[in-house]
Design a protein around this ligand. Structure first.
Ligand SMILES: *[C@@H]1O[C@H](CO)[C@@H](O)[C@H](O)[C@H]1NC(C)=O
Ligand SMILES: *[C@@H]1O[C@H](CO)[C@@H](O)[C@H](O)[C@H]1NC(C)=O
Ligand SMILES: *[C@@H]1O[C@H](CO)[C@@H](O)[C@H](O)[C@H]1NC(C)=O
Ligand SMILES: *[C@@H]1O[C@H](CO)[C@@H](O)[C@H](O)[C@H]1NC(C)=O
Ligand SMILES: *[C@@H]1O[C@H](CO)[C@@H](O)[C@H](O)[C@H]1NC(C)=O
Ligand SMILES: *[C@@H]1O[C@H](CO)[C@@H](O)[C@H](O)[C@H]1NC(C)=O
Ligand SMILES: *[C@@H]1O[C@H](CO)[C@@H](O)[C@H](O)[C@H]1NC(C)=O
Ligand SMILES: *[C@@H]1O[C@H](CO)[C@@H](O)[C@H](O)[C@H]1NC(C)=O
Ligand SMILES: *[C@@H]1O[C@H](CO)[C@@H](O)[C@H](O)[C@H]1NC(C)=O
Length: 332
């Protein structure tokens, strides 16, 4: 009987330890910090709740229900708020204002969604320096927006048991994907649905980040852990070019060209008009209408030839244009 109790206790401690090593997101304590919780699956949120782990128990901090609204519990009133986008989307991130050491700890975001049911994410707040890590040997890839695949091939000889992919930011570490290779199970609470393949015996691991944009740029870490406990870590710095800036530049150049041409044309019209008036005034004593006509014709030709510099000017812009739009090409 006692033996069984001891075994259960050990098992519980073991499970607790296991749980504790698994945080979906780790956030550095800061006065203004946001605990991210975005439901990545399809469906409608019916309720969201944030809880803080207090020893053995979990204390409810805030509840949001699309029908009944928002209820923030006493000690957290005026200290936490949801983002404005919360009320419409699947983003239940909780922001702190004036957080302090007392806010270090473990938080749970508990969502109920229809039709898939409940979903949780754990966020740990730690007091620490920046999570930025020293970059010794790492890959750097520059890619354009779209689906991005990150791959790492295992170097060591042992067979791997677990693979972890993380995104590391100075203020936050997100677990993107955890693979239990013996169970063939993948686990992810990331805001985007990451695709991977956790087959047993793999010697390389990949993740696919769907619809990657500029905001997905950053440092990624892949860690293989062998059954012997040995591990192998790989760092990759990823830059997703900002497609928007490109098109904005293009639009700016196009608008600039059009405006420039417009101004040039107006100047030509004004100059032509003034010249014609001046010539006409000058031509009054001159009775030869054919001469006047030929002069007018000449004047008419002038703007046509004056178009030449316009073309030159616009050509100048087009010559410059590639340097405006030049972006680093994807490298592998
Ligand atoms: C936190 O936010 C408040 C209000 O937006 C601002 O006044 C304050 O400077 C911010 N603190 C830090 C450390 O950024
Ligand atoms: C979510 O709710 C909207 C209307 O509020 C409905 O049109 C949509 O079908 C719902 N989606 C799911 C997956 O139930
Ligand atoms: C959120 O929306 C309310 C009104 O809709 C507005 O008063 C408030 O300033 C907004 N807060 C932020 C942070 O944008
Ligand atoms: C922030 O918290 C400290 C104590 O933790 C308090 O003295 C200070 O007035 C608070 N500031 C704001 C803006 O609430
Ligand atoms: C890996 O294991 C094979 C045999 O199992 C051995 O021949 C090889 O030298 C090992 N390579 C390394 C780098 O340890
Ligand atoms: C991996 O999965 C296997 C089989 O489902 C399980 O026995 C093992 O405890 C899991 N390992 C981890 C680290 O979760
Ligand atoms: C995972 O990889 C294995 C072996 O490479 C392959 O047979 C299997 O079809 C893949 N599964 C998925 C879902 O891609
Ligand atoms: C990627 O974005 C496009 C358009 O913005 C959308 O139609 C598509 O469903 C998205 N794919 C994923 C996997 O989110
Ligand atoms: C990986 O191995 C190093 C030593 O080789 C160790 O310091 C580190 O804690 C290990 N990491 C994990 C997650 O096991």
């Amino acid at each position: 009987m006692d033996f069984l109790a001891l075994l259960l206790a050990i098992l519980q401690v073991y499970l607790a330890l296991c749980e504790e090593t698994f945080f979906d997101t780790t956030v550095r304590l800061a006065e203004n910090m946001t605990l991210e919780c975005v439901y990545p699956l399809m469906g409608n949120l019916t309720q969201a709740e944030w809880l803080k782990t207090m020893g053995e128990e979990k204390e409810s901090m805030a509840v949001f229900n699309p029908k009944f609204g928002l209820a923030i519990k006493k000690p957290y009133e005026n200290r936490v708020h949801f983002l404005n986008s919360t009320m419409t989307g699947n983003d239940m991130s909780l922001s702190f204002t004036n957080a302090s050491e007392a806010d270090v700890g473990t938080y749970t975001c508990l969502l109920h969604a229809f039709p898939l049911g409940s979903w949780t994410k754990t966020v740990q707040v730690v007091q620490s320096d920046s999570f930025e890590i020293e970059l010794r040997n790492h890959d750097h890839r520059i890619l354009s927006p779209g689906s991005v695949t990150l791959t790492y091939e295992l170097q060591m000889n042992q067979s791997a048991q677990e693979v972890m992919w993380e995104k590391i930011q100075p203020h936050q570490i997100d677990l993107l994907m955890h693979c239990n290779l013996s169970g063939g199970k993948s686990y992810s609470k990331y805001r985007k649905q990451i695709v991977t393949n956790c087959t047993q015996g793999i010697r390389s691991s990949f993740i696919i980040i769907p619809n990657a944009t500029y905001s997905d740029s950053g440092l990624y870490r892949c860690q293989f852990v062998a059954s012997t406990g040995e591990n192998e870590t790989f760092l990759m710095s990823l830059t997703i070019t900002d497609g928007k800036t490109d098109s904005q530049n293009t639009i700016a150049v196009a608008v600039g060209t059009v405006l420039f041409l417009f101004v040039v044309i107006i100047v030509i019209i004004i100059v032509t008009f003034c010249n014609r008036r001046r010539r006409r005034l000058k031509n009054i004593p001159d009775k030869s209408s054919s001469g006047a006509q030929s002069k007018v014709a000449n004047n008419y030709r002038r703007p046509i030839s004056a178009n030449q510099p316009v073309d030159d000017a616009s050509e100048d812009i087009y010559v410059n244009y590639p340097t405006f739009a030049r972006r680093p090409k994807p490298r592998y």
